[in-house]
Write a protein that binds this ligand. Structure first.
Ligand code: ADP
Ligand code: MG
Length: 393
């Protein structure tokens, strides 16, 4: 059933509680080193205020304080940055529940109030009903915009919903639209690109998407277990020995469903995985002792040709060790190609999103998921507690 979004709410004169993902990286001086997550929340914040909300109470976690007050995990630096980005004063309260917080929210002259780190309380991750009730008691309606924690049933993601009408924020709405709806009912041809280091990380995604897609294109470290399963030589490339049978069964299943699994036909190989290693290109079989670190140029051509007619593409997993420039060409070329297509392009996975950012292709993709773990679970077809707990339309 369709879930309620912030667009469906009447917010006039209301106090709104919103779960955001302000889990930003900080340096030793507690300066924010990457404020992307704060920036991404600003449209929802502005939307709520423009709809006439009386007050917006923001809550988040930061780091892993494990249920204790740990100063270095304070959200205070976020309040300052948010003020700059939202262009509105932000009141910061140094706790997230209790009488003082209730009073602080009521007394604040600022429209935006940011609460202190939820994970200073173990009850947050424990999804404690009383803790959730106290958070809910701060407002009249709840908006969840924290996709990165939507796969966790915590008090602030799946507990407060028992007490308040709950709607998705604009960020979460977009994640549901693309990772949920677009994948459930994709415009065809629907092509899935999988890469990354391990087959074992992606089995759930393969099981869920194989029946829905037209083909799966496999690159990256996980390709070598598949190639081994086909009897190819893979040298010293990444291999999960205990997953060879599984790879065989996936290949058989795909053949039975008449779904193509496209594997690399050439490789960039090295003697040792080192940023300065001398690279060579080899054909399908990899010589003894060599390690494949990227797909080769023929494979890029093959993948592009398979993808050219696609109307929906899901990409999860870099096709080479893209962190090292010498081994990043395949991932870059693939990203550039799919970015040039008219297809709906959906990027899932933390490292894939990092690769897309590294090659400055963000503006070329339809949707880049903001949640690493959450996006994988979504692509695996799992029900995410933070989404399930939203009110139905
Ligand atoms: P995501 O976070 O997008 O889901 P993964 O975590 O599954 O992606 O995989 C990312 C990692 O896979 C990267 O660190 C990359 O270096 C690694 N990888 C890609 N190709 C290879 C390869 N040929 N051999 C070893 N590791 C690889
Ligand atoms: Mg990863």
């Amino acid at each position: 059933m369709a879930k309620m979004t912030v667009r469906d709410l009447d917010l006039k004169g209301k106090t709104v509680l919103m779960r955001a993902d302000f889990n930003v990286p900080l340096d030793a001086n507690l300066a924010i080193t990457d404020d992307t997550r704060i920036r991404e929340t600003v449209p929802t914040i502005k939307f709520i205020l423009e709809k006439g909300a009386k007050k917006l109470v923001l809550m988040s976690h930061l780091g892993r304080p494990d249920g204790k007050r740990v100063d270095k995990y304070s959200l205070k630096p976020v309040a300052q940055r948010l003020e700059e980005l939202a262009g509105t004063k932000v009141a910061f309260l140094n706790d997230c529940i209790g009488e003082e917080v209730k009073k602080g929210v009521a007394a604040a002259s600022e429209k935006i109030v940011l609460l202190e780190n939820l994970r200073y309380y173990a009850q947050e991750e424990g999804n404690d009903p009383e803790f959730a009730r106290q958070l809910a008691g701060l407002a009249e309606v709840f908006v969840n915009d924290a996709f990165g924690t939507a796969h966790r049933a915590h008090a602030s993601t799946a507990g407060v919903n028992k007490y308040l009408k709950s709607a998705a924020g604009l960020l979460l709405e977009k994640e549901i639209k693309y990772l949920g709806d677009a994948v459930a009912d994709p415009a065809k041809p629907f092509m899935v690109i999988l890469g990354g280091s391990k087959v074992s990380d992606k089995i759930g995604v393969i099981d869920n998407l194989l029946p829905k897609c037209d083909a799966i294109i496999v690159g990256g470290g996980m390709a070598y277990t598949f190639l081994k399963a086909q009897g190819k030589s893979i040298g010293n490339s990444k291999l999960e020995k205990d997953k060879i049978d599984l790879a065989k069964s996936i290949l058989d299943k795909a053949a039975a469903q008449k779904k193509e699994i496209v594997l690399p036909v050439d490789h960039v190989i090295v003697d040792t995985v080192d940023a300065n290693a001398r690279t060579e290109i080899c054909g399908q079989d990899i010589p003894d002792g060599k390690i494949a670190v990227d797909i080769g140029p023929k494979t890029v051509e093959l993948f592009n040709q398979k993808l050219s007619a696609a109307r929906t593409i899901v990409w999860n997993g870099p096709v080479g060790i893209f962190e090292m420039d010498a081994f990043s060409k395949g991932t870059k070329a693939l990203g550039e190609f799919i970015g040039s297509l008219k297809a709906v392009t959906i990027i899932g996975g933390g490292d894939t999103a990092a690769a897309v950012a590294k090659f400055k292709l963000q503006g070329k993709m339809t949707h880049i998921s903001t949640g690493g773990g959450a996006s994988l679970e979504f692509l695996e077809g799992k029900t995410l507690p933070g989404i399930a707990a939203l009110s139905d339309k």
